[in-house]
Design a binder for this molecule. Structure first.
Ligand code: DGL
Length: 273
């Protein structure tokens, strides 16, 4: 039987630019896949909002991507994945929705660490999704969770590797540095921008685990299992949508994506243009 391919794009969304770290990993792992990215930059951060608001915003994000004919949606936001994914799956039962928490859990457990510190937004940490996920795999692991609400705005401002970032890391992680864990799990897709600062902060003694690569692998497996993969070798293209765009946007976005995003458009989710 002839193999079936599905060349429709994959939708990826985040509250802001952080999900571009997942897009970058997907582009490496799945070079034939077209990607449509949505960053809700007008309302970032989500992590300090109420669960009701996060559910409402993410419902609009999914709706927007489905209207553009995507074949699956990667929720490249830990905040949405941890507090709104079950509701989104109920609201959009026919959509193929994949969150990032399982990939993060898998990356943390695979690191071999016995003591793991998870950092994330306030909403992600309050949800306890990572601790529950890690303990579902191995209840003997020690897991501590620390909310770091100032990190997303710093990353969006392109200040991931700055003296200000170091001061904020000290504010949140001072106690951890005195008693370093085996691994620090970056439970937010914005946090890979702090890798260099974190390595310096812990003098290279802590394994910094980020889930973007594991997430891209999950997407690859999901596409194959559901006969959704694009034709191998096909030339791919990406489109980027944001709900707000300032003059420094291209430079800031390039830090996450490791290239300047092409074809960026500003859209409104609440007041269709
Ligand atoms: N990148 C999002 C995450 O992974 C940030 C969420 C937020 O806007 O607070 O959690």
């Amino acid at each position: 039987m002839a193999e079936q391919f599905d060349n429709r794009p994959i939708g990826v969304f985040d509250s802001g630019l952080g999900g571009l770290t997942v897009v970058e990993a997907m582009a490496r792992r799945l070079p034939a896949e077209d990607i449509i990215y949505l960053g809700d930059t007008a309302r970032v951060p989500y992590g300090d909002k109420s669960v009701d608001s996060i559910k409402r915003f993410s419902h609009q994000d999914v709706d927007f991507l489905l209207q553009r004919g995507v074949k699956m949606i990667v929720v490249a936001c830990n905040t949405v994945s941890s507090v709104a994914l079950p509701a989104l799956k109920r609201q959009f039962p026919a959509a193929h929705l994949l969150g990032v928490i399982d990939a993060g859990v898998q990356a943390a457990v695979a690191s071999g660490a016995r003591r793991i510190v998870v950092i994330g937004t306030r909403a992600t940490i309050n949800s306890d999704a990572y601790r529950r996920g890690i303990h579902a795999v191995d209840p003997s692991l020690l897991v501590e969770s620390i909310p770091c609400p100032l990190l997303v705005p710093l990353a969006e401002e392109g200040l991931g590797d700055s003296p200000l970032a170091e001061a904020v890391l000290e504010l949140y992680l001072g106690g951890v540095r005195a008693n370093p864990p085996d691994a620090l799990l970056l439970g937010c897709t914005h946090y890979p921008l702090f890798k260099a600062a974190l390595d310096r902060y812990f003098a290279g003694r802590v394994n910094i685990v980020d889930s973007a690569t594991a997430c891209a692998e999950y997407v690859a497996e999901y596409l194959t299992a559901n006969a959704l993969a694009a034709m191998p070798g096909k030339k791919s293209q990406s489109r980027f949508f944001v709900t707000d765009m300032h003059s420094a946007f291209p430079a800031h976005a390039a830090r996450f994506l490791k290239r300047t995003p092409e074809r960026v458009e500003k859209v409104s989710l609440e007041f269709p243009e």
